[in-house]
Design a binder for this molecule. Sequence first.
Ligand SMILES: Cc1cc2nc3c(=O)[nH]c(=O)nc-3n(C[C@H](O)[C@H](O)[C@H](O)COP(=O)(O)OP(=O)(O)OC[C@H]3O[C@@H](n4cnc5c(N)ncnc54)[C@H](O)[C@@H]3O)c2cc1C
Length: 483
Amino acid sequence: MTRITAEAQAVLWSDRAAGAPDGLRQAPLTSSRSADVCIVGGGFTGLWTALEIKQQNPAVSVVLLEATTCGAGASGRNGGWATGWFDELPELIEHFGVQQALWLAEESSQAVARIGQTAEEFGFDAHVRQSGALWTATSPSQLGSWDRAVEACARYGRPEMLELLTGDEVRRRTGSPLPLAAARHTDAASVHPYRLVQGLLKAVLSLGVEVYEATPMQGFTRGTPVTVQTPMAVVEAAQVVLATGVWAAALPELRRAIVPAASHVIATEPLAAKDLGEWADGSLFGDARLQVHYAQVTRDGRIVFGKGGGAVGAFGRVVPAHYWDEDSVRRVHADFVTHFPHLAGARITHSWGGAVDRAPHHMPFVGTVDGAGNIHYGVGYSGNGVAPSALIGRILGRRAVGVVDEYTACALVSGPPAYLPPDPIRYVGGRMVQAGIGRAEAAEAAGRRPDPISALLRRLLWTTTPRWAEPRLLRRKNRAHGG
Ligand SMILES: Cc1cc2nc3c(=O)[nH]c(=O)nc-3n(C[C@H](O)[C@H](O)[C@H](O)COP(=O)(O)OP(=O)(O)OC[C@H]3O[C@@H](n4cnc5c(N)ncnc54)[C@H](O)[C@@H]3O)c2cc1C
């Protein structure tokens, strides 16, 4: 069987030797400036926010600061699954009520479509293929994972958003012997994430956004304007948008609202058409595990295969093991071979990882730092941010220019909806829960019942502490009462 060595340690999407486009490199910020809006972070969230601001009002001046290079975070390292939230409709209804849930589901679906529309408008090619996503059951325990979502879509007039497929059909399409059945997200698209980052960057530059790379925000001083400190200069801005993804966990306000969790990915060499079958049309392939497997066939015929639910970062930190971890990559490869035994000999040319900003409810949220009206953030995608970041960017962009409408008033503009237990409990507990989920799902894949401890640990994944018990909120409440 193929061995994965450290030489294969690279992100496929940004590897020029594998056909990635040249990055549009931007100089660092060397002299201080002022702007109407300063965006911190050059991933999807920051770039969609910049685009929205310019589309709302071209006269608004925008400076975007990126610590390293645009797309160096999750936006340039993901699986390229652009999916909406119709599969989450029951959960959306539970959290936000029917009307908001339906609005959010529609908007998330339109966010998928907006990727292709934006690429067309600004003349870039992000390899967008709107061929749907196969949400498969690969063990009996996963069968019916989609029943509530299918029922909700039918009840609320959108039955076509999830299409049921038999196991025979999915096995024939993908060549994998595992799927027992699937629900197909009909609106999903596969994308080349780094090309999308670069395309959005090109778009915002063309609209006059100033982008500075290798310019980390080192801190900020609250007030009007807000002063954002960087190594060589400061930016003064009336409004600041923190689009720092998982690094937002460094903010005391958000430290317990999200947790960095690793996801690891491998990519094969380009494969022959006969090995890929119909799947080469760009449809996405994933399963219904909590430690989800996700895959796509790239336009040049590689399979990109990843697995979520990896190691958590203590105290909200992103650690080197999030980016590459030999054991995790080996496990992903072993799972790839289980899914596609006929491709066991395929050469693995790339392997990488990244940190996901997991939030307790698995939904992104928007808020302002410490209740200040002019420092906004949007975070918590929980591994599903490729398309939703277009919606969150729209919300953030409109908030930054003072628009009041259904976007800026939607249910996601709530601040953290729940908090995780404090560290080190969260870190230690998180590791135990991840291990428990891994054992439970492996047992189910082998047709066994999970042992009771692993089953219990899996249920603890959803543990949160009540919002009212968050120490920062308590302190703020006390301050408001003169305490
Ligand atoms: C391995 C992996 C696979 C994934 N697969 C999928 C998928 O298939 N489908 C899906 O929908 N989602 C997926 N996701 C999640 C998705 O990629 C993210 O939700 C999305 O990219 C988040 O975008 P962002 O802009 O908020 O964050 P990021 O892309 O992480 O951008 C944040 C940026 O902020 C910068 N930054 C941080 N701190 C500072 C600072 N102090 N100063 C200046 N800049 C700073 C970082 O360098 C970074 O570029 C995956 C994530 C990972 C890691």
